[in-house]
Write a protein that binds this ligand. Sequence first.
Ligand code: TRP
Length: 330
Amino acid sequence: MQQIVLSGIRSTGNLHLGNYFGAIKSFVRMQHEYNCYFFVADWHSLTTHPHPGDLHANVKSVLSEYLACGIDPEVCTLYVQSDIPEIAEMYLLMNMNAYIGELERTTTFKEKIRKQPDNVNAGLLTYPVLMATDILIHKANKVPVGKDQEQNIEMARRFGKRFNQIYGTDYFPEPEGFTYAKNLVKIPGLDGSGKMGKSEGNAINLADDAKTIHQKVMKAVTDAGPTEMNQTPPEVIENLFKLMEVASTPETVAFYREQYAKCQIRYGDLKKQLSADIIQFTAPIRERILEIQSDDAYLAKVVSMGAEKARISASATLIDVREIIGFRKF
Ligand code: TRP
């Protein structure tokens, strides 16, 4: 049988070039190789108390961005978590077999306590239970996630195994996390750091307009320039070459690398070229994002189709789970 791949998408934050060449590219490829479920984790976002006015707008913008990048709702199952009531019921059931102690010991929970000491809500504590439910309700085999989510996958595996053990079944398969980062290009930030990330504030978003991209690239950190012929560029400079490698033609990259090697490089020129090439690369994606975002009828169709498909799988699991736990109809 075809393997089931599932991943939850945070509903806050815009997609940037780093995401594009990381998660997104691998999702787009995987949707053709596996039975894929991708969803916007809007219930999870409530743990940080978003403003009601932002909740829907956030979901809409992530959805539009994923769709614009090539996630195909006809090929995979793309849905919004809160459209699937079965998840809420199963979360309730799963909470009964999750222990306070193990939840309190989770690294992500401890981090959240540090980050939002005035809002240590119960949803934050049971975040891994909801996430395990997301995964188990479709009996997912593979969960592509970033490194920061590995412990949550471990918890999902543990809760699934515990359920099997308590009720003496082998109902849930063991979900396996896998990081897509290994064999993909890592996109560096514009600040000399090794990685582009939204929290690092060094990212170029796919939805950024030309002016914003230009400003960001022109502000990228550089150094005083090469002093010796053929010297190896330091990380800040190598990062700019790496960005060029994804956005520019090989000839352009070769040209600037050579200028560097000959100590003739002008960083201003390199940045102008880089910003023009990034703008050219992202423009069609940005256009699609805007197009999709202004098409509420299309988005409504996408999410209702996704919910319909997701609920078939989710409700089948929930019926079994109720039965296994011992609920019976009169
Ligand atoms: N916790 C994940 C994140 O912050 C999002 C998420 C929610 C998720 N449910 C999931 C990821 C289920 C994978 C599987 O990125």
